[in-house]
Design a protein around this ligand. Structure first.
Ligand SMILES: *Cc1c(COP(=O)(O)O)cnc(C)c1O
Length: 236
């Protein structure tokens, strides 16, 4: 036990086992199969060494929410076979950097961002999957397009070279009813799939509400705390 990472590995393995237990129970309750759901490990504020441990434990998808931090971590982990998800709000001038490592952007919420991501994806010769983030409450501070704006933004992504429309993403309202929010997201996704049958991703569910998300059709869970522990408050 001379390797300090042994204990960290044990901690993360225990977190992962518990998350998998909760996912299995939620799938069972919802009559869904585990393979319908991708677990995205949200590694923000945690070091690249934790990403390596997660990868060794079988995690293939990691998520980050700040470009500066994500860009460094992704390059430190470039040797690992990982899919990188960007889940945070993006300033348009960060599109070039985000496109250089992100395979999936979950937080697309305005036409100017679509245009910037498309331009940089084409320039970099990359295909970036984009999810439309939908605001399920009236708090615009958390990002997301209002539900009425979803069809037009989705259409813009679908016709943009360099981008692939993957589906939708949402964060349940703080202190709100997660069941109601995720039921609404499922409805919006169903309507979207009439026009865009391949846009099947529903990115919903975090450490605290993954059960409700799975009950309402989530395909991608974004889980941080339950895998890696409580984050230190972010100091600006
Ligand atoms: C941090 C974050 C998560 C993970 O949240 P936890 O509660 O730690 O599981 C999920 N989605 C987004 C958009 C995040 O910023």
């Amino acid at each position: 036990m001379n390797d300090p990472n042994t204990t960290r590995r044990d901690e993360i393995a225990a977190g992962l086992a518990e998350v998998e237990r909760r996912i299995a129970a939620a799938c069972e309750a919802a009559g869904r199969a585990r393979h319908e759901i991708t677990l995205v490990a949200v590694t923000k504020t945690y070091p690249a060494s934790d990403v390596r441990i997660l990868a060794a434990l079988g995690i293939g998808d990691v998520g980050e929410n700040r470009d500066q931090e994500a860009a460094v971590k992704a390059s430190e982990c470039a040797d690992l076979p990982l899919t990188w998800h960007f889940v945070g709000q993006i300033q348009t001038n960060k599109a070039k950097s985000v496109v250089s490592y992100a395979d999936v952007v979950h937080s697309v919420d305005r036409p100017r961002l679509v245009e910037a991501l498309a331009r940089e994806a084409v320039r970099a010769g990359r295909q970036v999957t984009c999810l439309v983030q939908v605001a399920l409450d009236d708090d615009p501070g958390r990002g997301g397009v209002v539900p009425d704006g979803l069809p037009a933004l989705a259409e813009l992504i679908a016709k943009s070279e360099g981008l692939v429309l993957g589906g939708v993403m949402a964060v349940a309202p703080l202190g709100g009813d997660a069941d109601r929010a995720f039921a609404r997201l499922w409805q919006l996704s169903s309507a979207l799939q009439v026009e865009h049958p391949n846009a099947r991703v529903i990115s919903a569910g975090m450490s605290g509400d993954l059960r409700q998300a799975i009950a309402h059709g989530s395909t991608h869970l974004r889980v941080g705390t339950a895998l890696l522990g409580c984050r230190k408050p972010f100091v600006r």
